[in-house]
Design a protein. Structure first.
Length: 173
């Protein structure tokens, strides 16, 4: 069982055993696929071949997973991953600040202490009023940072149908 991934122009791929290094115009990413024990990753010309001797369903799914991770890495180094979020509040104006690798959410529901969300990896946060843009090379870092923002504003002791304050992802059109 094997699957190919074509390397587009402008992206460079280096493979050292189970470690894959991908470089592009926006930056470099590196990832080790060491937990996939029976899978071989090799580069032939302008293609990366992910293969295994086994044809079991679990191994086939792992091959597809590795290929998808590499495709996301290539997409990230060519044009960054971008996710947009929006701050929603009704009574208390919420302010967002970044400090190092943390995002401080102050005055959420009138609380005195700020809520804190962690910025994962090399994700960059851009706050303009109520709009938050999270960008980065690694899709997983961007997605996890957005998830951390959303979870930091989770409301537990109030009815969510009434208190709809929070930070939510915005669907791009």
């Amino acid at each position: 069982m094997e699957k190919q991934l074509t390397i587009p122009e402008g992206a460079g791929v280096e493979i050292d055993g189970k470690t894959v290094k991908i470089s592009g115009e926006k930056g470099n990413l590196e990832r080790t696929f060491k937990h996939f024990y029976d899978i071989k990753i090799e580069k032939k010309g302008e293609e990366v071949i992910v293969s295994s001797k086994s044809d079991k369903r679990k191994v086939r799914s792992m091959i597809g997973t590795i290929r998808a991770h590499m495709r996301n890495m290539i997409e990230g180094v060519q044009n960054e991953h971008v996710k947009k979020m929006k701050v929603i509040y009704s009574h208390f104006p919420v302010t967002i600040k970044t400090e190092g690798n943390k995002i401080l959410i102050t005055n959420f529901l009138g609380e005195k202490l700020p809520r804190v969300a962690k910025i994962v990896g090399d994700a960059k946060i851009d706050v303009k009023g109520q709009d938050i843009t999270v960008t980065g090379l690694d899709k997983e870092d961007v997605g996890q940072t957005c998830g951390n923002l959303e979870q930091a504003c989770r409301i537990t002791k109030f009815d969510r149908r009434v208190f709809q304050d929070g930070i939510y992802p915005v669907k791009e059109q």
